[in-house]
Design a protein around this ligand. Structure first.
Ligand code: FEO
Length: 403
């Protein structure tokens, strides 16, 4: 049975939702699922924009067949070749042997690398600024390298204002019947998963996102729909989401607040993090979020690190090093290029306490443009009343640095 939604006249969402996949890219949990979006334009020629993950191929095929109603598929535009969008290309080629493929040089290279038999089809290689007309609709192609792979492009339909934005402006969470961002309470229910998607998947490539945002800014008055490859389609309030993307890709905090991430073996380091959180709230900090790194998947921690201006790391010493899960968080911050934050440190060690110095060294040497507050809370096994003044001093220093 088909399951399609109308985006606007002659343009349809023909993607699918996935609640079966546990780990996106086999690494990021997606408890609320994900959508793989593909779009079909029915003009004088029919045009499919991208395909879907292999697991959703059958739904895509049913959707296309329903809308084509016996007519051929004329064109397949591939904006992004990662297999969560490109895996069904081969099946489309088999079902529609006359289909012409439009994509970038690098994408065609990847199609061959993935073993797709594109060479029996007309392959139309496009680059930045090229245009193509399918009847009433003319599209222009815009290079979007490293958003999120090097072959990526976005396609803008100058006739109806639809921007097929590939991975940009996407989000985790299955659509489950909804299509447009204004059909959900995005700021309440979706923004955290949109941030977790962007920062973990494309976070490393902030400067490339900035380039794309600049290009989009040049045609902002012409954009009527933003059609990403995951998550809802945007048809209003573009600036709300563009502003989020701008902040995330410039590595600027979204909110002035404190994320506390603790690594605790027996609860003593956790108790210190809790005590600091209470002190911060007592001082009027209204946005404080506390996480146990051992039971919070790192993708959530990264998302929160991109959100908050201040990060407190509280770690026990383990094998004379940083607790492994905390070290992993730091490594991910480095990999994803997180910058421009203020850190405060809590360290613990029953003997040879090392974690504070090691976290400081990592932040100073491996991360960019970070500030580490001088005040540090050092515990020998547990937080004693004798440390009350140090705890207050740390809370005061954080609050002062937020001014
Ligand atoms: Fe959803 Fe980079 O693919």
């Amino acid at each position: 049975m088909h399951c399609v939604r109308t985006v606007t006249d002659h343009l349809y969402w023909v993607g699918a939702n996935d609640h079966r996949l546990h780990l996106f890219e086999n690494i990021h949990p997606i408890p609320r699922g994900v959508s793989y979006n593909a779009y079909l334009l029915l003009d004088e020629k029919s045009v499919l924009f991208d395909t879907v993950d292999w697991s959703a191929c059958r739904q895509l095929l049913e959707n296309i067949a329903y809308l084509l109603d016996g007519k051929p598929l004329d064109y397949l535009v591939i904006n992004h070749m990662e297999p969560d969008h490109g895996a069904s290309i081969e099946e489309i080629l088999l079902r529609y042997p006359q289909v012409k493929i439009i994509s970038t040089e690098k994408a065609f290279l990847l199609m061959r690398q993935f073993g797709f038999h594109v060479d029996g089809h007309e392959c139309i290689e496009v680059k930045e600024g090229d245009t193509y007309t399918f009847g009433a609709h003319t599209v222009t192609f815009v290079a979007a390298p490293m958003v999120h792979w090097p072959e990526a492009m976005v396609t803008f339909d100058v006739t109806n204002g639809a921007l097929f934005s590939a991975d940009a402006f996407g989000s985790f969470i299955a659509l489950d019947g909804k299509l447009f961002a204004d059909e959900v309470n995005f700021d309440r229910d979706w923004i955290d998963e949109a941030r977790r998607y962007l920062t973990n998947i494309v976070g490393k490539y902030g400067p490339h996102i900035q380039l794309l945002l600049k290009k989009a800014g040049g045609i902002l008055d012409q954009i009527k729909f933003i059609c990403p490859l995951h998550g809802p389609v945007w048809r209003k309030d573009f600036l709300y989401f563009i502003d989020k993307y701008d902040k995330w890709s410039r590595y600027e905090p979204e909110v002035k607040g404190v994320m506390l991430a603790y690594a605790s073996m027996y609860g003593n380091t956790e108790a210190a993090a809790q005590a600091l959180a209470a002190k911060l709230c007592e001082r009027g900090v209204t946005d404080v979020a506390l996480y146990d790194v051992s039971n919070t998947h790192v993708s959530y921690l990264i998302s929160e690190a991109f959100k908050y201006s201040h990060i407190v790391l509280a770690s026990v010493t383990y094998n004379l090093g940083i607790y492994p899960v905390m070290h992993n968080l730091l490594m991910d911050m480095k990999a994803l290029n997180l910058q421009n934050r203020t850190f405060a440190l809590i360290e613990n060690g029953s003997w040879a306490c090392k974690s504070g110095d090691l976290m400081q060294k990592f932040i100073d040497e491996e991360l960019k443009n970070m500030t580490v507050l001088n005040e540090r809370l050092t515990l020998a096994s547990s937080l004693h009343e004798s440390k009350a003044a140090e705890l207050d001093a740390l809370a005061d220093a954080i609050v002062e640095s937020m001014k």
